[in-house]
Design a binder for this molecule. Structure first.
Ligand SMILES: *Cc1c(COP(=O)(O)O)cnc(C)c1O
Length: 398
Protein backbone atom coordinates (compact mmCIF):
# COMPACT_ATOMS: atom_id res chain seq x y z
CA UNK A 1 0.00 0.00 0.00
CA UNK A 2 1.22 3.51 -0.67
CA UNK A 3 1.30 6.02 2.17
CA UNK A 4 -2.04 7.54 1.15
CA UNK A 5 -3.90 4.26 1.34
CA UNK A 6 -2.06 3.30 4.53
CA UNK A 7 -3.36 6.50 6.07
CA UNK A 8 -6.90 5.78 4.83
CA UNK A 9 -6.71 2.27 6.29
CA UNK A 10 -5.51 3.68 9.62
CA UNK A 11 -8.42 6.10 9.75
CA UNK A 12 -10.89 3.37 8.86
CA UNK A 13 -9.51 1.12 11.60
CA UNK A 14 -10.11 3.95 14.06
CA UNK A 15 -13.73 4.28 12.90
CA UNK A 16 -14.19 0.53 13.13
CA UNK A 17 -12.76 0.40 16.64
CA UNK A 18 -15.29 3.00 17.79
CA UNK A 19 -18.11 0.85 16.41
CA UNK A 20 -18.86 3.52 13.85
CA UNK A 21 -17.84 1.89 10.59
CA UNK A 22 -20.53 2.17 7.92
CA UNK A 23 -20.82 0.03 4.85
CA UNK A 24 -23.02 0.06 1.81
CA UNK A 25 -25.33 -2.89 1.44
CA UNK A 26 -26.55 -3.56 -2.05
CA UNK A 27 -30.30 -3.85 -2.54
CA UNK A 28 -31.35 -5.77 -5.63
CA UNK A 29 -35.02 -4.85 -5.69
CA UNK A 30 -37.17 -1.74 -5.73
CA UNK A 31 -37.56 0.12 -2.41
CA UNK A 32 -40.87 -1.20 -1.22
CA UNK A 33 -41.86 -2.83 2.07
CA UNK A 34 -39.86 -5.85 0.88
CA UNK A 35 -36.29 -5.54 -0.27
CA UNK A 36 -33.96 -8.19 -1.49
CA UNK A 37 -30.39 -7.98 -0.21
CA UNK A 38 -27.66 -10.61 -0.35
CA UNK A 39 -30.13 -13.13 -1.74
CA UNK A 40 -32.51 -12.62 1.18
CA UNK A 41 -35.85 -10.92 1.40
CA UNK A 42 -36.19 -8.45 4.24
CA UNK A 43 -39.21 -6.51 5.47
CA UNK A 44 -38.17 -2.91 5.08
CA UNK A 45 -38.62 -0.60 8.07
CA UNK A 46 -35.95 1.86 6.98
CA UNK A 47 -37.54 3.86 4.18
CA UNK A 48 -38.75 7.46 4.30
CA UNK A 49 -41.19 6.72 1.47
CA UNK A 50 -43.98 7.23 4.00
CA UNK A 51 -46.91 6.99 1.61
CA UNK A 52 -45.43 4.30 -0.60
CA UNK A 53 -45.27 6.60 -3.61
CA UNK A 54 -41.77 5.69 -4.83
CA UNK A 55 -43.24 2.78 -6.77
CA UNK A 56 -46.69 4.16 -7.43
CA UNK A 57 -47.85 3.58 -11.04
CA UNK A 58 -48.70 7.23 -11.47
CA UNK A 59 -45.20 8.41 -10.53
CA UNK A 60 -43.65 5.76 -12.77
CA UNK A 61 -45.85 6.78 -15.70
CA UNK A 62 -44.97 10.45 -15.23
CA UNK A 63 -41.26 9.61 -15.13
CA UNK A 64 -41.53 7.43 -18.25
CA UNK A 65 -43.36 10.10 -20.16
CA UNK A 66 -40.82 12.79 -19.24
CA UNK A 67 -37.98 10.45 -20.14
CA UNK A 68 -39.46 9.88 -23.60
CA UNK A 69 -40.24 13.51 -24.15
CA UNK A 70 -37.24 15.29 -22.62
CA UNK A 71 -34.52 12.64 -22.51
CA UNK A 72 -32.44 11.20 -19.70
CA UNK A 73 -30.39 14.26 -18.82
CA UNK A 74 -31.17 17.94 -18.46
CA UNK A 75 -27.96 19.10 -20.13
CA UNK A 76 -27.00 22.08 -18.04
CA UNK A 77 -27.78 24.31 -15.10
CA UNK A 78 -31.28 25.81 -15.20
CA UNK A 79 -29.79 29.26 -15.85
CA UNK A 80 -27.72 28.05 -18.80
CA UNK A 81 -30.27 26.04 -20.77
CA UNK A 82 -31.61 23.28 -18.56
CA UNK A 83 -34.78 24.98 -17.31
CA UNK A 84 -37.11 22.36 -18.72
CA UNK A 85 -40.89 22.41 -18.61
CA UNK A 86 -41.07 19.60 -15.98
CA UNK A 87 -39.11 21.78 -13.53
CA UNK A 88 -41.47 24.72 -14.05
CA UNK A 89 -44.53 22.46 -13.77
CA UNK A 90 -43.18 20.97 -10.55
CA UNK A 91 -42.52 24.40 -9.05
CA UNK A 92 -46.04 25.51 -9.86
CA UNK A 93 -47.45 22.36 -8.27
CA UNK A 94 -45.30 22.79 -5.16
CA UNK A 95 -46.24 26.45 -4.68
CA UNK A 96 -49.90 25.59 -5.03
CA UNK A 97 -49.54 22.63 -2.63
CA UNK A 98 -47.77 24.68 0.04
CA UNK A 99 -49.89 27.77 -0.57
CA UNK A 100 -46.96 30.07 -1.33
CA UNK A 101 -46.53 32.50 -4.24
CA UNK A 102 -43.51 30.65 -5.62
CA UNK A 103 -41.12 27.75 -5.26
CA UNK A 104 -37.69 26.64 -6.45
CA UNK A 105 -36.46 23.11 -7.00
CA UNK A 106 -32.93 21.88 -6.25
CA UNK A 107 -31.28 18.56 -7.10
CA UNK A 108 -31.58 17.42 -3.46
CA UNK A 109 -32.90 18.66 -0.14
CA UNK A 110 -29.30 18.89 1.02
CA UNK A 111 -28.47 21.21 -1.88
CA UNK A 112 -31.60 23.27 -1.17
CA UNK A 113 -30.55 23.87 2.44
CA UNK A 114 -26.92 24.58 1.60
CA UNK A 115 -27.69 26.98 -1.23
CA UNK A 116 -30.48 28.79 0.58
CA UNK A 117 -28.77 29.29 3.94
CA UNK A 118 -25.56 30.54 2.35
CA UNK A 119 -27.57 32.90 0.11
CA UNK A 120 -29.62 34.32 2.99
CA UNK A 121 -26.92 34.71 5.62
CA UNK A 122 -23.29 35.74 5.66
CA UNK A 123 -20.74 37.65 7.70
CA UNK A 124 -22.57 40.07 9.98
CA UNK A 125 -25.70 37.91 10.23
CA UNK A 126 -26.66 35.58 13.06
CA UNK A 127 -27.98 32.05 12.52
CA UNK A 128 -29.80 30.34 15.37
CA UNK A 129 -30.41 26.63 14.85
CA UNK A 130 -31.83 23.75 16.87
CA UNK A 131 -29.21 21.41 18.31
CA UNK A 132 -30.67 18.40 16.49
CA UNK A 133 -30.90 20.06 13.08
CA UNK A 134 -30.04 17.91 10.06
CA UNK A 135 -26.47 17.96 8.73
CA UNK A 136 -27.51 20.03 5.68
CA UNK A 137 -28.58 22.87 8.00
CA UNK A 138 -25.42 22.63 10.09
CA UNK A 139 -23.22 22.55 6.98
CA UNK A 140 -25.05 25.46 5.34
CA UNK A 141 -24.75 27.47 8.55
CA UNK A 142 -21.02 26.81 8.84
CA UNK A 143 -20.36 27.54 5.18
CA UNK A 144 -22.30 30.80 5.31
CA UNK A 145 -19.74 32.62 7.46
CA UNK A 146 -22.54 33.98 9.67
CA UNK A 147 -22.27 33.84 13.46
CA UNK A 148 -23.76 30.52 14.50
CA UNK A 149 -25.59 29.91 17.77
CA UNK A 150 -27.20 26.59 18.65
CA UNK A 151 -30.18 26.30 21.00
CA UNK A 152 -30.89 23.20 23.08
CA UNK A 153 -33.30 20.89 21.28
CA UNK A 154 -36.85 22.34 21.24
CA UNK A 155 -35.90 24.53 24.22
CA UNK A 156 -37.81 27.81 23.89
CA UNK A 157 -36.12 29.40 26.91
CA UNK A 158 -32.72 28.74 25.42
CA UNK A 159 -33.87 30.04 22.04
CA UNK A 160 -35.16 33.23 23.64
CA UNK A 161 -31.94 33.65 25.61
CA UNK A 162 -29.97 33.50 22.37
CA UNK A 163 -32.37 35.90 20.61
CA UNK A 164 -32.00 38.35 23.51
CA UNK A 165 -28.24 38.08 23.11
CA UNK A 166 -28.44 38.46 19.34
CA UNK A 167 -30.80 41.43 19.11
CA UNK A 168 -28.40 44.17 20.28
CA UNK A 169 -25.54 42.59 18.32
CA UNK A 170 -27.18 42.33 14.94
CA UNK A 171 -26.30 45.83 13.72
CA UNK A 172 -27.31 45.91 10.06
CA UNK A 173 -27.35 42.13 9.95
CA UNK A 174 -30.26 39.73 10.12
CA UNK A 175 -31.18 36.95 12.50
CA UNK A 176 -32.35 33.71 10.90
CA UNK A 177 -33.79 30.87 13.00
CA UNK A 178 -33.70 27.42 11.41
CA UNK A 179 -35.32 24.23 12.63
CA UNK A 180 -36.79 20.99 11.34
CA UNK A 181 -40.51 20.51 11.80
CA UNK A 182 -40.47 16.76 12.49
CA UNK A 183 -37.01 15.72 13.66
CA UNK A 184 -35.50 13.08 11.43
CA UNK A 185 -33.89 10.84 14.03
CA UNK A 186 -36.18 11.47 17.02
CA UNK A 187 -39.57 11.87 15.39
CA UNK A 188 -40.64 14.68 17.73
CA UNK A 189 -42.06 18.04 16.64
CA UNK A 190 -40.67 21.55 16.88
CA UNK A 191 -42.89 23.97 18.85
CA UNK A 192 -43.45 26.06 15.72
CA UNK A 193 -46.24 28.17 17.18
CA UNK A 194 -44.00 29.46 19.95
CA UNK A 195 -40.98 29.75 17.65
CA UNK A 196 -43.04 31.93 15.31
CA UNK A 197 -43.99 34.15 18.26
CA UNK A 198 -40.36 34.48 19.31
CA UNK A 199 -39.14 35.26 15.80
CA UNK A 200 -41.74 38.04 15.54
CA UNK A 201 -40.88 39.40 18.97
CA UNK A 202 -37.17 39.65 18.10
CA UNK A 203 -37.52 40.59 14.45
CA UNK A 204 -35.90 37.41 13.19
CA UNK A 205 -36.65 35.33 10.08
CA UNK A 206 -37.62 31.67 10.19
CA UNK A 207 -36.70 28.75 7.94
CA UNK A 208 -38.38 25.38 8.57
CA UNK A 209 -37.25 22.07 7.08
CA UNK A 210 -40.38 19.96 6.51
CA UNK A 211 -38.49 16.92 5.17
CA UNK A 212 -40.47 14.61 7.46
CA UNK A 213 -43.64 16.66 7.88
CA UNK A 214 -44.65 16.98 4.24
CA UNK A 215 -47.16 14.33 3.20
CA UNK A 216 -47.51 13.16 6.80
CA UNK A 217 -49.05 16.02 8.82
CA UNK A 218 -51.75 18.61 8.33
CA UNK A 219 -55.32 18.49 6.99
CA UNK A 220 -53.96 18.83 3.44
CA UNK A 221 -50.76 16.97 4.25
CA UNK A 222 -48.63 20.07 3.74
CA UNK A 223 -46.71 19.52 6.95
CA UNK A 224 -46.48 20.56 10.59
CA UNK A 225 -46.65 24.24 9.61
CA UNK A 226 -50.10 23.62 8.16
CA UNK A 227 -51.20 21.55 11.15
CA UNK A 228 -50.25 24.40 13.49
CA UNK A 229 -51.57 27.10 11.17
CA UNK A 230 -48.30 29.01 10.91
CA UNK A 231 -47.33 28.45 7.25
CA UNK A 232 -47.81 32.08 6.27
CA UNK A 233 -45.50 33.24 9.05
CA UNK A 234 -42.52 31.21 7.91
CA UNK A 235 -40.30 33.09 5.46
CA UNK A 236 -38.57 30.00 4.10
CA UNK A 237 -40.31 26.62 3.80
CA UNK A 238 -37.95 23.88 2.80
CA UNK A 239 -38.29 20.18 2.11
CA UNK A 240 -37.29 17.19 0.05
CA UNK A 241 -39.01 15.47 -2.85
CA UNK A 242 -37.31 12.23 -1.88
CA UNK A 243 -39.35 11.15 1.13
CA UNK A 244 -43.16 11.16 1.30
CA UNK A 245 -43.32 12.70 -2.18
CA UNK A 246 -41.73 9.55 -3.56
CA UNK A 247 -39.18 10.95 -6.02
CA UNK A 248 -35.95 12.92 -5.67
CA UNK A 249 -34.88 16.54 -5.27
CA UNK A 250 -35.33 19.39 -2.83
CA UNK A 251 -37.46 22.52 -2.73
CA UNK A 252 -37.88 25.94 -1.22
CA UNK A 253 -41.34 27.51 -1.05
CA UNK A 254 -41.88 31.17 -0.24
CA UNK A 255 -42.42 34.61 -1.69
CA UNK A 256 -41.73 35.48 -5.31
CA UNK A 257 -38.96 37.79 -4.06
CA UNK A 258 -37.29 34.99 -2.10
CA UNK A 259 -37.36 32.63 -5.07
CA UNK A 260 -36.07 35.22 -7.54
CA UNK A 261 -33.29 36.08 -5.09
CA UNK A 262 -32.30 32.41 -4.75
CA UNK A 263 -32.15 32.03 -8.54
CA UNK A 264 -29.52 34.77 -8.40
CA UNK A 265 -27.63 33.79 -5.27
CA UNK A 266 -28.06 30.11 -4.30
CA UNK A 267 -24.81 28.60 -5.50
CA UNK A 268 -25.98 24.97 -5.30
CA UNK A 269 -28.76 25.96 -7.71
CA UNK A 270 -26.72 28.13 -10.06
CA UNK A 271 -23.65 25.93 -10.43
CA UNK A 272 -25.30 22.54 -10.68
CA UNK A 273 -26.94 20.67 -13.53
CA UNK A 274 -30.72 20.72 -13.30
CA UNK A 275 -32.41 17.60 -11.89
CA UNK A 276 -33.21 15.01 -14.56
CA UNK A 277 -36.62 15.67 -16.12
CA UNK A 278 -37.93 12.25 -15.11
CA UNK A 279 -37.26 13.02 -11.43
CA UNK A 280 -39.05 16.37 -11.68
CA UNK A 281 -42.03 14.79 -13.43
CA UNK A 282 -42.25 11.98 -10.87
CA UNK A 283 -42.07 14.51 -8.04
CA UNK A 284 -44.85 16.55 -9.58
CA UNK A 285 -47.01 13.45 -9.83
CA UNK A 286 -46.16 12.81 -6.16
CA UNK A 287 -47.20 16.34 -5.15
CA UNK A 288 -50.48 15.93 -6.99
CA UNK A 289 -51.12 12.49 -5.62
CA UNK A 290 -50.57 13.62 -2.03
CA UNK A 291 -53.32 16.21 -2.49
CA UNK A 292 -55.78 13.78 -4.06
CA UNK A 293 -58.38 11.57 -2.39
CA UNK A 294 -55.94 8.71 -2.77
CA UNK A 295 -53.31 10.78 -0.97
CA UNK A 296 -55.76 11.29 1.89
CA UNK A 297 -56.47 7.56 1.97
CA UNK A 298 -52.75 6.65 1.99
CA UNK A 299 -52.16 9.17 4.76
CA UNK A 300 -54.96 7.61 6.84
CA UNK A 301 -53.45 4.20 6.18
CA UNK A 302 -50.06 5.46 7.37
CA UNK A 303 -51.55 6.74 10.62
CA UNK A 304 -53.46 3.50 11.16
CA UNK A 305 -50.19 1.61 10.77
CA UNK A 306 -48.47 3.96 13.21
CA UNK A 307 -51.21 3.38 15.78
CA UNK A 308 -51.18 -0.39 15.25
CA UNK A 309 -47.42 -0.57 15.74
CA UNK A 310 -47.60 1.55 18.88
CA UNK A 311 -50.28 -0.76 20.17
CA UNK A 312 -48.25 -3.90 19.34
CA UNK A 313 -44.94 -2.76 20.78
CA UNK A 314 -44.43 -1.11 24.14
CA UNK A 315 -40.93 -0.13 23.03
CA UNK A 316 -42.14 1.72 19.97
CA UNK A 317 -45.01 3.26 21.94
CA UNK A 318 -42.40 5.25 23.86
CA UNK A 319 -41.43 7.11 20.68
CA UNK A 320 -43.37 10.24 19.69
CA UNK A 321 -46.50 9.33 17.70
CA UNK A 322 -45.41 9.47 14.07
CA UNK A 323 -43.82 7.54 11.24
CA UNK A 324 -40.33 7.83 12.77
CA UNK A 325 -40.00 5.61 15.83
CA UNK A 326 -36.58 5.55 17.40
CA UNK A 327 -35.66 2.86 19.91
CA UNK A 328 -32.79 4.36 21.86
CA UNK A 329 -30.11 1.74 22.54
CA UNK A 330 -27.19 3.83 23.74
CA UNK A 331 -23.88 2.26 22.80
CA UNK A 332 -22.93 2.17 19.17
CA UNK A 333 -21.82 -1.47 19.10
CA UNK A 334 -24.98 -2.56 20.84
CA UNK A 335 -27.15 -0.74 18.32
CA UNK A 336 -25.27 -2.41 15.48
CA UNK A 337 -25.74 -5.77 17.16
CA UNK A 338 -29.46 -5.16 17.60
CA UNK A 339 -29.83 -4.25 13.92
CA UNK A 340 -27.95 -7.47 13.08
CA UNK A 341 -30.36 -9.56 15.16
CA UNK A 342 -33.35 -8.00 13.44
CA UNK A 343 -31.74 -8.65 10.08
CA UNK A 344 -31.36 -12.28 11.05
CA UNK A 345 -35.08 -12.24 11.79
CA UNK A 346 -35.74 -10.91 8.29
CA UNK A 347 -36.21 -7.24 9.12
CA UNK A 348 -34.35 -4.23 7.80
CA UNK A 349 -34.11 -1.64 10.59
CA UNK A 350 -31.10 0.67 10.52
CA UNK A 351 -28.82 1.33 13.48
CA UNK A 352 -28.28 5.08 13.62
CA UNK A 353 -25.00 6.13 15.20
CA UNK A 354 -22.66 9.06 15.62
CA UNK A 355 -22.25 11.41 13.80
CA UNK A 356 -25.90 11.20 12.71
CA UNK A 357 -26.87 11.27 16.39
CA UNK A 358 -24.84 12.11 19.51
CA UNK A 359 -22.27 9.64 20.84
CA UNK A 360 -23.89 7.19 23.23
CA UNK A 361 -27.33 7.92 21.78
CA UNK A 362 -27.23 5.20 19.12
CA UNK A 363 -30.61 3.85 18.20
CA UNK A 364 -32.70 1.69 15.96
CA UNK A 365 -34.75 3.92 13.71
CA UNK A 366 -37.98 2.24 12.67
CA UNK A 367 -39.96 3.98 9.94
CA UNK A 368 -43.44 2.81 9.08
CA UNK A 369 -45.24 3.53 5.81
CA UNK A 370 -48.73 3.33 4.37
CA UNK A 371 -47.64 0.32 2.34
CA UNK A 372 -46.89 -1.94 5.32
CA UNK A 373 -49.35 -4.79 5.80
CA UNK A 374 -50.63 -5.98 9.20
CA UNK A 375 -48.40 -9.06 8.92
CA UNK A 376 -45.33 -6.82 8.50
CA UNK A 377 -46.21 -4.88 11.63
CA UNK A 378 -46.76 -8.10 13.57
CA UNK A 379 -43.43 -9.48 12.39
CA UNK A 380 -41.60 -6.38 13.58
CA UNK A 381 -43.29 -6.27 16.98
CA UNK A 382 -42.62 -9.95 17.52
CA UNK A 383 -38.97 -9.68 16.52
CA UNK A 384 -38.40 -6.67 18.78
CA UNK A 385 -39.87 -8.66 21.63
CA UNK A 386 -37.89 -11.80 20.85
CA UNK A 387 -34.61 -9.86 20.55
CA UNK A 388 -35.21 -8.19 23.91
CA UNK A 389 -35.52 -4.78 22.30
CA UNK A 390 -39.00 -4.11 23.57
CA UNK A 391 -37.86 -1.83 26.32
CA UNK A 392 -36.28 1.35 25.08
CA UNK A 393 -32.92 2.02 26.68
CA UNK A 394 -31.96 5.13 28.61
CA UNK A 395 -32.87 8.26 26.77
CA UNK A 396 -29.68 10.23 26.34
CA UNK A 397 -29.70 13.96 26.83
CA UNK A 398 -27.49 15.51 24.21
C1 LIG B 1 -33.36 13.78 4.22
C2 LIG B 1 -33.29 15.13 4.83
C3 LIG B 1 -32.80 16.22 4.11
C4 LIG B 1 -32.11 16.09 2.79
O1 LIG B 1 -32.96 15.81 1.76
P1 LIG B 1 -32.39 15.01 0.49
O2 LIG B 1 -33.36 15.30 -0.57
O3 LIG B 1 -32.32 13.59 0.91
O4 LIG B 1 -31.03 15.58 0.21
C5 LIG B 1 -32.89 17.46 4.71
N1 LIG B 1 -33.39 17.63 5.93
C6 LIG B 1 -33.84 16.60 6.65
C7 LIG B 1 -34.40 16.85 8.01
C8 LIG B 1 -33.79 15.32 6.14
O5 LIG B 1 -34.19 14.28 6.88
Amino acid sequence: MNTFDTEMARRLAEIQLAGLRRELRQIDSPQTTRVSSGGRELINFSSNDYLGLANHPRLLAAAHEALERYGAGSGASRLVCGSLAPHHDLEEALASFKGTPASLVFSTGYAAALGTITALAGRGDILVIDKLSHACIVDGARLSGATLRVFAHNDLDDLEKILKWAEPRRGDGNILIITESVFSMDGDHAPLLEIVQLKSKYGAWLMVDEAHGTGVLGPNRRGLSELLGVSDQIEVQMGTLGKALGASGGYICGSRELIDFLVNRARSFIFSTAPVPAAAAAARAGVELVQSAEGARLNRRLWENIETLRHLSSGLAQAPAGAIMPLIIGWELEATRAAGSLREAGLLVPAIRFPTVARGAARLRVTVTAAHQPADLNALAEALHRCGLEKAGPSVVS
